[in-house]
Design a protein around this ligand. Structure first.
Ligand code: PRP
Ligand code: URA
Length: 209
């Protein structure tokens, strides 16, 4: 069984994550740090993308090279996942972008699904589901259900801060989906916020707090 939880260790990622966690970080700096953290995650998660050999000509002679073999799709969970898209597209400019809209009900924290627009060809693509926060895991499990329902088979979940409960929920619901994160935090509080966490990611990235 492949490793399902990968905690990415990188000094620049750790630095960016601390900026994200800091309550004094204004939304513009938060957005920038989220972009940079996502770009580092993109490099890590893309390491095992399959390549194909191609023949090309340099200005001097024919040679062989490697190109990415498959389509890649990135799918942010609205809203906070949107803040990770640009970092992924810097590395993977040809990726298609799907969107899923899911928010947690404030009272019972159950995910509410409100939007879906996915690229064609998702069944054959490597699909990266993007959401910085994995708390109860309800939103991620619901988003993965939708993607599988649309035919996606090669799915990876990329977050930045994960709670143990969310990791367990994804492992239970989608045992073959790898979870990439920058940190595993201590716990969820009584409002299902991650502690120490970084607060409400969607509000912080869009300045709506
Ligand atoms: C946040 C976050 C995740 C979800 C995680 O979104 O971006 O999607 O909560 O929580 P869970 O693991 O318990 O489901 P939120 O519901 O705040 O939506 P918003 O960004 O649109 O406000
Ligand atoms: N969603 C967030 O944005 N933050 C949390 O801590 C939990 C869920």
């Amino acid at each position: 069984m492949p490793q399902t939880l990968i905690v990415v260790e990188h000094p620049v990622l750790a630095d960016r994550l601390t900026v994200l966690r800091n309550r004094d970080t204004p939304h513009g700096d938060f957005r920038q740090a989220l972009y940079e953290a996502a770009a580092i995650m993109a490099v890590e998660v893309a390491r095992d993308l399959p390549v194909k050999e191609v023949e090309i000509e340099t200005p001097l002679e024919p040679t062989k090279g490697l190109r990415l073999r498959d389509e890649v799709a990135v799918v942010p969970v609205l809203r906070a996942g949107l803040g990770m898209v640009e970092g992924f597209l810097r590395l993977l400019p040809d990726a298609r972008v799907g969107h899923v809209g899911i928010y947690r009900d404030e009272e019972d924290h159950v995910p509410v699904d409100y939007y879906e627009r996915l690229p064609r060809g998702i069944a054959n693509a490597r699909v990266y589901l993007l959401d910085p926060m994995l708390a109860t895991g309800g939103s991620a499990v619901a988003a993965l259900d939708k993607l599988k329902g649309a035919g996606a088979k090669r799915l990876e979940l990329v977050c930045l801060v994960a709670a143990p409960q969310g990791i367990e929920a994804v492992k239970d619901g989608h045992p073959k989906v790898r979870i990439w994160t920058a940190a595993v935090d201590r716990e969820l509080d009584e409002n299902a916020y991650i502690r120490p966490g970084l607060g409400d990611a969607g509000d912080r990235v869009f300045g709506t707090a």
